[in-house]
Design a protein around this ligand. Structure first.
Ligand SMILES: NC(=O)c1ccc[n+]([C@@H]2O[C@H](COP(=O)([O-])OP(=O)(O)OC[C@H]3O[C@@H](n4cnc5c(N)ncnc54)[C@H](O)[C@@H]3O)[C@@H](O)[C@H]2O)c1
Length: 408
């Protein structure tokens, strides 16, 4: 028997994911929840959703879906709401999938507190949490994890990663996204929620959404970030979007438990064409390295003065991806065909990560196991961002990364 899943938050992102969650072969039935009735109606009309929909349980009220008989809830609401909503759902026995980040608030200590509360809820209730971090299922992350497992990097030496998303980026303007998220019954509450934070001097910054940049490398090298020093860039043109920001760009250098260093940049005010993809990483080991869709191997497996040929291998995304089970690909293909009228299964946005995230979460619910990107992974990523911001505020002082106990 399959599972019953509740989809909460049917805005831009939730609507993209709805056919995948509904289309997964282990999902028997779907319940929809959004404060806006038209968003429920729009998602209910997606063919694969319509086929599995329990119409009588669809609701505009989050409390109601928490009390329903769904096995799990997928929470894709505005980013300042995730953590308390996830905890409420877990308290009702619902395994949760949260859109990133864990929570977005202009108060570093409160971010850490919410991470701690989520871990405590998982421990006390036995109900699991998964953060839907897309970088974990990008092709290069999957490839590097396989190479790391086989020891092909040797010892990890250095890595760098960035999320370079300019406020006016072509294709995804952060101004437009923020304006849209501040609309509707829930969105309109944002200004009132944020006001007290800004009144007591809290500032927004790009490191309160660090999950795209930090997660991939840490997931590959599987070593705990210990400390960081960071520098921040302040907006100079009085752009109103950044009125409540202290820094618009922050770069930090982390030291990891395994002895490597890791440069992370979160940038919201940066021209395009920095020579890098907006969301990418490079990882270098004593033997092998990954950079820009290329694997390099110096063939050095033992200390030796003999020089070996450096082998460079260009890789396509298809070569780097892990396979998905055939029946899952077939089901997603059918779902896309029903919705769009053609049968080409596209892996879609964020490096094709969406189907993998859906498959991992649904499988974990069905198997009643801890999912990938657990509460501990999520807390570690957020703690890295908080520590980097704190270091930038203190002009590059070395700051310890709070240890939530993530071990491999
Ligand atoms: N790469 C990525 O992983 C990525 C990319 C884009 C967005 N996201 C995340 O996805 C989330 C959603 O983004 P979006 O752009 O779709 O937002 P959105 O504002 O378009 O949609 C959010 C929806 O949640 C609903 N909602 C909020 N609280 C509710 C409640 N208590 N009860 C019922 N409905 C409620 C709102 O009515 C709204 O329709 C964000 O947290 C964002 O950070 C992640």
């Amino acid at each position: 028997m399959g599972i019953k899943i509740g989809l909460v938050g049917l805005g831009t992102f939730g609507t993209i994911f709805a056919p995948l969650f509904a289309g997964h072969p282990l999902v028997d039935s779907v319940v929809l929840c959004d404060a806006e009735a038209d968003r429920i109606a729009q998602n209910a009309a997606i063919p694969v959703v319509a086929r599995k929909l329990v119409n009588s349980q669809c609701t505009q009220n989050f409390d109601e879906i928490c009390k329903s008989d769904c096995d799990a809830l997928v929470i894709m609401t505005q980013p300042w709401l995730h953590a308390p909503q996830c905890i409420q759902a877990m308290e009702h026995g619902k395994m949760v999938y949260s859109a990133v980040p864990v929570i977005s608030l202009p108060d570093d200590q409160e971010i850490l507190d919410w991470c701690g509360k989520i871990i405590e809820t998982v421990q006390r209730t036995g109900v699991e949490y998964m953060l839907g971090e897309t970088t974990i299922y990008r092709p290069h992350t999957m490839f590097c994890k396989r190479m790391a497992k086989e020891g092909k990097f040797g010892d990890f030496v250095y890595a760098e990663a960035e999320y370079a998303h300019d406020v006016d980026a072509f294709g995804c303007s952060l101004r437009e996204v923020a304006a849209k998220r501040a609309q509707g019954k829930i969105g309109e509450q944002r200004a009132g929620i944020m006001k007290p934070y800004y009144e007591r001097g809290c500032k927004s910054h790009p490191m309160n959404y660090p999950t795209h940049s930090v997660s991939g490398v840490v997931d590959v090298v599987q070593s705990r970030p210990v400390k960081v020093f960071a520098c921040g860039f302040r907006n100079t043109n009085e752009d109103p979007y950044f009125a409540n920001y202290d820094f618009t760009n922050i770069t930090g250098l982390f030291y990891l438990e395994n002895g490597m260093s890791f440069r992370v940049s979160e940038m919201r005010e940066i021209s395009p064409n920095i020579g890098l993809d907006g969301e990418d990483f490079r990882i270098f080991g004593t033997r092998g390295s990954y950079s820009n869709n290329q694997w390099a191997d110096n063939g050095r497996t033992v200390p030796t003065p003999d020089r070996k040929e450096n082998k460079m291998t260009k890789l396509t995304d298809e070569e780097m991806r892990d396979p998905l089970p055939e029946e899952v690909v077939a089901a997603f293909t059918e779902a896309v065909k029903e919705e769009k009228g053609h049968g080409d299964f596209m892996f879609g946005g964020h490096g094709g990560s969406h189907p993998y995230l859906v498959h991992e979460f649904v499988s974990a619910v069905a198997e009643r196991r801890r999912p990938a990107i657990s509460a501990w992974d999520a807390a570690m990523y957020m703690a890295m961002g908080v520590a980097a911001h704190q270091s930038a505020v203190r002009d590059g002082e070395l700051v310890q990364v709070v240890d939530f106990g993530k071990r491999w």
